[in-house]
Write a protein that binds this ligand. Structure first.
Ligand code: ZN
Ligand code: MN
Length: 271
């Protein structure tokens, strides 16, 4: 029994209750996807990476990590290769929104008031926002206010110096990062057993036209499924990404969750 685990499900329910009932402990919810990540990586990259960021962040801010979302919104051709690859397994937008909304309301019922949604899959972003917006609206109808949720994608915390170190030949843009240098470097650092860099194909980012077509022209996506070349990925770059993003996210969350004791007092009183 790991009594000091930051993973909420590794606690007993009385331990969990005592940690969350006053609403002070931030709950971090990683949101991922099951998605092809080229010929060189496993399909759980978008789950493993936000889960590990959440673990590191929780340790520094005294938070708890909820079980991650293993499935996310549909892979888009220009940011994830497209939803037509074998293996890529996605939810409809409405399903993801409803599931997120349900979970937020459940965690609020336990007493939680401070949330951080840690996104690991580009296409999830607006659906996370919608799930939270609907949860906050319904909670308000029930007279519960004072819930705060921070929504973030870890790659948005990469600073200019790190970008220059990662992409000496020019940054392709985050939407082109699908199974590219960033994700592959993080996986090489954290889960080298799930990466086979020698199977990576070196190719230039595809030149997509400024519109989408449904059903998609599958030949617009490189056959490997990657959108930019991962061959420059290294474990050292992964280490740099982990430390820079974790540090900057911790700073942001400490700021957002400071002075929340008044809200917590209200949460306790309401029980
Ligand atoms: Zn990914
Ligand atoms: Mn993805």
């Amino acid at each position: 029994m790991k009594n000091n685990s930051v993973f909420a499900v590794e606690r007993t329910w009385p331990q969990y209750k005592s940690l969350v009932e006053d609403g002070q402990t931030p709950i971090l919810i990683p949101v991922g996807s099951m998605e092809q990540h080229g010929h060189h990586m496993a399909m759980n990259v978008d789950v493993l990476l936000p889960n590990e960021f959440a673990r590191r962040i929780a340790e520094q801010i005294g938070g708890l990590v909820a079980p991650p979302f293993m499935y996310g919104y549909k892979s888009h051709q220009k940011s994830g290769g497209g939803n037509f690859f074998s293996g890529t397994t996605s939810l409809d937008g409405g399903t993801l929104v409803s599931a997120l909304k349900d979970l937020i309301k459940e965690f609020v019922r336990h007493g939680n008031r401070n949330f951080c949604l840690v996104n690991g899959h580009f296409e999830n972003s607006w659906f996370i926002s919608e799930g939270i917006d609907l949860a906050l609206r319904e909670l308000k109808w029930d007279g519960i206010t004072g819930v705060k949720a921070v929504v973030l994608s870890y790659w948005d915390f990469v600073d200019e110096d790190t970008l220059a170190a990662l992409y000496p030949n020019g940054f392709p843009g985050w939407e082109m990062e699908h199974a590219g240098v960033m994700e592959t470097s993080l996986m090489l650092k954290l889960h080298p057993e799930l990466v086979k860099l020698e199977d990576a194909i070196d190719h230039a980012p595809p030149a997509f036209p400024p519109y989408d077509v449904y059903p998609p022209h599958q030949d617009w996506t490189p056959a490997t499924g990657t959108l930019s070349s991962p061959v420059e990925a290294t474990a050292e770059k992964g280490e740099l990404l982990l430390s820079v993003c974790t540090k900057r996210i911790v700073t942001a969350l400490k700021k957002e969750f400071a002075d929340r004791s008044a809200v917590s007092a209200a949460a306790t009183a309401a029980q």
